[in-house]
Design a binder for this molecule. Structure first.
Ligand SMILES: NC(=O)c1ccc[n+]([C@@H]2O[C@H](COP(=O)([O-])OP(=O)(O)OC[C@H]3O[C@@H](n4cnc5c(N)ncnc54)[C@H](O)[C@@H]3O)[C@@H](O)[C@H]2O)c1
Length: 380
């Protein structure tokens, strides 16, 4: 089955990530945009939808109407992509799940743990697929590192260092900012800005590659630019179940850094290191041997990572491909499901609603820790 019809909520004129999702979904030709509610402003939404080539009767004034009417059509959308600001994710996802429509939502999944638990419960009860676009898990190098850790090449993990540094909030923002200024507004962003916006990627990336579960956190959320309510620089110490330790730093006041997400994992037998600004390469340093540089496309990865390799080495793949890889897994799994076939674990190679919930719990516990003077807080 190809060209599964999908709809989008958000991603209107001038929006950042909705357009990236649309282009990424198109890359493999597996799904086609058929319906949308792209903006709260009905006229803007419809004009945007028309420009994208969508039939006018499937351009909706609001997402509730879209969920209702699409669920009643015989050719209705099979999944919805939610790319609105954080404050709206819960209600929008819930509306589509209740109408039996599969969901992909961007992170952070919701404002509260309870809301994410509710979405997890609903998707389970309705037997619906639910993906969360933790972008960076889509890279072939990340999937290969995950395989190497699970094959025991690092031995028992001792320590993880995760960093995500940007400079775009080093000065106060205004409406002309390239990224939407709602991120610094707690009523739209949530209890955290920097940790929710980019720290959630670190939490998920570490969990994806290492499989480590966080036992407790000790965090400090700072607002270093005067007048800012929410955090723009965050330090987190992490204890994992089983004894490994971690240290995360996420910052949006880091002059000189555009989107420097980096991870280093140290085990008893060696270490791995990767940075998303050079996503095709990672290094592996085994105990007692020289550092090795792995290159996507040149060095054959294991099949579970190699299947996401799109172009020969030296032709850089980037964030569009990473998104496309998440959608490739999600849409192929959905196609299999719609064909009445049973899904196995390998089919579900995309971040799920449970990982969305883990991310929201991580944010909530870090905020609690920081508010109480950076005390240790248990995750569960
Ligand atoms: N995975 C990633 O790497 C990544 C990157 C950027 C943003 N994000 C996440 O994606 C989401 C969107 O971020 P953005 O930067 O694109 O925001 P944005 O403000 O640029 O775009 C949001 C869009 O949603 C529309 N919108 C708002 N409320 C709506 C509603 N009720 N119905 C229909 N449309 C509505 C707005 O008009 C706008 O077009 C956020 O949750 C953000 O955290 C994730």
């Amino acid at each position: 089955m190809t060209h599964i019809p999908y709809g989008m909520v958000g991603g209107g004129p001038g929006a950042f990530i909705g357009d990236v999702h649309r282009k990424a979904i198109q890359m493999d030709g597996l799904a086609t945009l058929r319906a949308g509610s792209f903006s709260r402003d009905s006229e803007k939404s419809k004009a945007h939808g028309r420009a994208l080539g969508i039939e006018s009767d499937r351009l909706y004034s609001d997402y509730r109407q879209m969920a209702q009417q699409e669920s009643e059509r015989s050719d209705g959308i099979k999944f919805v992509v939610v790319v609105t600001p954080n404050s709206t994710h819960y209600e929008i996802c819930r509306a589509f799940l209740k109408k039996g429509i599969h969901v992909v939502c961007d992170k952070p999944l919701t404002f509260t743990v309870e809301e994410s638990e509710e979405l997890e419960r609903l998707s389970r009860e309705q037997d619906l697929l639910f993906g969360v676009t933790y972008t960076y898990t889509g890279y072939p190098a990340v999937k290969e590192m995950r395989r190497m850790v699970s094959d025991g090449l690092l031995g028992k993990i001792r320590f993880v260092n995760g960093e995500y540094a940007q400079q775009w909030l080093a000065n106060p923002v205004d409406e002309s900012s390239p990224l939407a200024p709602w991120r610094t507004d707690p009523t739209v962003s949530g209890t955290s800005n920097c940790l929710g916006d980019i720290g959630s990627h670190v939490e998920n990336l570490v969990a994806t590659i290492t499989g480590l579960r966080i036992e407790r956190v000790c965090a400090r959320l700072d607002s270093l630019v005067e007048g800012r309510t929410l955090d723009d620089n965050v330090s987190v110490m992490v204890d994992y179940v089983g004894g490994a330790k971690g240290l995360y730093w996420t910052s949006q006041i880091a002059f000189g850094y555009d989107n420097m997400l980096s991870i280093r994992i140290f085990g008893e037998k060696g270490s791995l290191a990767w940075c998303q600004e050079d996503p095709d390469h990672f290094t592996f340093t085994p105990n007692g041997a020289p550092k090795q540089i792995f290159s996507r496309g040149r060095d054959t990865f294991a099949p579970e990572a190699q299947r996401y390799n799109r172009i020969p080495a030296g032709h850089p793949e980037g964030v569009y491909e990473a998104f496309a890889n998440i959608y490739k897994s999600f849409v192929e799994a959905l196609a299999k499901r719609l064909d009445g076939k049973r899904l196995v674990e390998e089919d579900l190679d995309f971040p799920s609603v449970s990982e969305g919930l883990d991310g929201v719990r991580f944010i909530e516990r870090c905020v609690e820790s920081s508010k109480n003077g950076s005390v240790w807080v248990d995750m569960h």
